[in-house]
Design a protein around this ligand. Structure first.
Ligand code: NAP
Length: 350
């Protein structure tokens, strides 16, 4: 990211000015509960020619931020600034790209933000130009930041990894989560029928209002029985599972013969066992989905198609709550309480 001046090349005035600038960020020096997310003031790093300094408008929170905060994901370095999604305005850029002029609204769609590199929970982000893309005019920047991980993953799963056709039935377990709610809204836009599960009566109502044809409470109902009854014994055509753990076998039990389960998340754990006899007898398909396989350029192409859907009124983004930067711990606690429906977003400049 930033470079220190070489000892043989004394810093010029701009370098000195740069060293005097600071930014605010949520910095984590240990793994643990939400309280390890602490607001700090840090020096803005010196930019390399290929770096862009972004004044962050919005940073959306993803489940990865939560499990990596806890230390439940391998290989996460400390200290770190979390946050895999952010949008904002170009504040400084000395590189050659003409679409990154100062003041340009941009979104970060990369693989390093908050995942090895510094994240979006900050007033400013300094990041390689390869991960930064212009946001089309008229597009709300708070909504743009929500498209990065969850909507983009739902698109990749439903459009590029699944043979699902218009009119077929998709089951979304845990529809209240970021990926789950994004998949519901996107499936609607693509003409795919959706049934879902969730954990409360209020979230069930929200899912139905957003177009799910049925929604079962996984805390109160036998989900497999409910889905089998609803599909008159046939089972659903596909399951988009961002929950993981024992949700995988449950999803396979809801799937028709020859159907496909897309495994995306590990909220309920990163291990599962499968009833092999039922699985092979029914010739089902189990597919892992990893949006990390996409290059930043591939992500931008999907992002632009999502923007088209939003601007043509075919897709809406559900934002449950926005918080100022210093309330990052409260925002994480909200996500862990599982009371949200859709996205939770930090607005570092209020
Ligand atoms: N593979 C990829 O490329 C990729 C990309 C993005 C995210 N992910 C992963 O996808 C997962 C979800 O991310 P997220 O940001 O959507 O998380 P999130 O917003 O925290 O949502 C998690 C949801 O899991 C649901 N859930 C919890 N226990 C459940 C159970 N027993 N049965 C059914 N649902 C249950 C809850 O749904 P209700 O609210 O409805 O109860 C909860 O809202 C994470 O593991 C994340 O790392 C993977």
């Amino acid at each position: 990211m930033g470079r220190s001046p070489h000892p043989n090349n004394p810093p010029n005035l701009q370098d000195i000015w740069q060293f005097m600038l600071t930014f605010k960020a949520i910095r984590q020096t240990q793994f643990g509960g939400p309280e390890v997310l602490v607001l700090e003031e840090l020096p803005i790093p010196q930019l390399a020619a290929e770096d862009v300094l972004i004044r962050v408008h919005a940073a959306s929170i993803n489940h990865f931020d939560v499990i990596s905060r806890r230390g439940d994901f391998p290989g996460v370095p400390l200290p770190r600034i979390p946050g895999m999604d952010c949008s904002g305005y170009v504040e400084q850029y000395n590189g050659k790209r003409t679409d990154l002029s100062v003041g340009q609204p941009v979104v970060v769609l990369g693989t390093t933000l908050g995942n090895g590199g510094s994240g979006g929970y900050a007033t400013h982000v300094c990041i390689d130009q390869e991960e930064v893309f212009p946001v089309p005019s008229g597009m709300d920047l708070t909504i743009a930041t929500c498209l990065g991980m969850t909507y983009l993953t739902a698109w990749y799963a439903l459009k590029q990894r699944s043979p699902l056709q218009v009119g077929q039935i998709l089951l979304i377990p845990g529809v209240g989560g970021g990926v789950g709610s994004a998949a519901l809204q996107l499936a609607q836009a693509l003409g795919i029928r959706v049934i879902a599960t969730t954990s409360s009566a209020a979230k069930r109502q929200q899912a139905l209002a957003l177009g799910a044809e049925a929604c079962f409470n996984y805390r109160e109902q036998d989900v497999v029985q409910a889905v089998r009854e609803w599909t008159q014994g046939r089972g659903v055509d596909a399951v988009l599972d961002a929950v993981g753990g024992d949700s995988i076998q449950q999803g396979l039990n809801c799937l028709r013969k020859g159907g496909q389960l897309l495994s995306i998340g590990i909220v309920r754990g990163d291990r599962f066992t499968v009833d092999a006899i039922a699985f092979l007898s029914n010739e089902q398909h189990l597919l892992g989905v990893n949006v990390g396989q996409l290059t930043p350029g591939d992500r931008y192409q999907i992002f632009l198609q999502l923007v088209d859907l939003i601007q043509s009124g075919k897709l809406t983004v559900t934002i449950e709550h926005t918080f100022p930067l210093e309330k990052a711990a409260v925002a994480h606690a909200l996500i862990e309480s599982q009371e949200q429906f859709g996205k939770v977003v930090l607005l570092p400049h209020g």
